[in-house]
Design a protein around this ligand. Sequence first.
Ligand code: GAP
Length: 482
Amino acid sequence: MHSLETIVSWAKRKWFVYPGSDIYGGLANAWDYGPYGVQLKKNIQDLRWKTFVQMRPDMVGLDAQILMHPKVWETSGHVDNFDDPLIDDKVTGERFRADKIIEDRLEQWDLSLGQLTDTYGVKNLIPESRTFDQMHAFIVGEIPNNPNKKKKQAAEWTEVRKFQMMFYTHQGVVHDADDAKIWMRPETAQGIFVNFRNVLDTTRMRVPFGIAQVGKAFRNEITPGNFLYRTREFEQMEIEYFIAESDAQAKYAEWRELSKDRWENKVKLKSDRIRFREHESDELSHYSDGTFDVEYQYPRGRGELQGIAYRTDFDLRNHQESSGKNMQYNDPYTGERYVPHVIEPSFGLSRTVIAVMLDAYDEEQLTNSKGQEETRIVARFPFAIAPVKVAIFPLIKKDEKQVEIAKNIYASLSQHRVVEYDDGGAIGKRYRRQDEIGTPYCITVDNDSIDNGTVTIRHRDSMEQEVVVIDELVQWILNKKT
Ligand code: GAP
């Protein structure tokens, strides 16, 4: 796997991602998507929407507001429970996420669970499952030096404390009024729960059914970093799938399988880089009765791409109590009334973008037509995800007929797919430019196009060429799907 630095530098150079607020020196850990990045992200998003909304009669979409009534976050448990364990080094004033530095320490160390249990009274190697006192004891015992310093420098640790991760802002003109403070959503999920009743009353959806949305979420992460992996503003693609309690285990298993299939066969991540992991019971979030993670092997270690949680009826029941609105479902077939339970497949969109980039980026050693060794940078995105599907070149820029045919092909193909017209430089350079952004096919218009009405199509991965009749190009491109 290539290093994160290689991927970041390529992503910046090839218009995928720019540092946020770049002209002012950047805002730490903020990234803006450039022309190819935004298309890549949209394709990932569209693929999920198509698979899980468009092609399923039991799913509908929703787009709820980022700013919601403060009661939503009190009721969901986020005001009291959405926090990270924080620890400071008093010597340098630096702040760390306690669970994160423990995790990093354990990765460097061949420590058996037995040793850890005996010394620190913990049941597993998962830092989040520990009490603050246990985290503190481990850090004082095993991380005597400040983890940020290359040369050993003893740390003087504070206690471990809670750090509220939700951002807030103010609405209205009177900032210090009690009701002016408003949270910025840390997950899109609650927007779905508070609209459950609306969807039930205004559509013909019947349990089991799901609601999907895509949108921004905000978390005041203590240790953002690793490019798009952990940022304070990011995007999620969440689904809340409403079920009867008796169906919960079957549907939980079904969504795990559907998710596996998505990563392996639709997004097509390399199978040796993805791992599916069931959470230990003491690792579960406050609302969950089962959680299954899809993890990706990023250059700096494994990290969560998607979580699938069985959230029971925690959210709907709490919103029912807090709002006084009835969240019960009347089953038209059995006459039963109940508050539905929920399976939540929650996909990280920003984290998928970086996983897809890491998977696709390749440096291939070639011998060129002059017999020289060269490196071809090629992004092997699956067709469905590639930002540009086809590039169209007139072989000779000054040949008016070639240019006219190439522009006509552009006009007709661009109605169906994202395509690009490129007439700059030698043909070999144009191929390399498209390889670097992952364009699966390049169409060259030459004299045969004028004489015989055909073009040459060059395939990105094999670099093989085929001849196709111009009149058949639309059908040819429509047949390319994955
Ligand atoms: N509604 C459940 C929920 O939000 P989560 O595991 O906290 O669960 C879901 O988040 C997904 O959102 C994660 O699997 C991850 O892909 C993504 N995510 C969470 N925090 C993130 C961050 N700071 N930056 C980028 N992606 C993040």
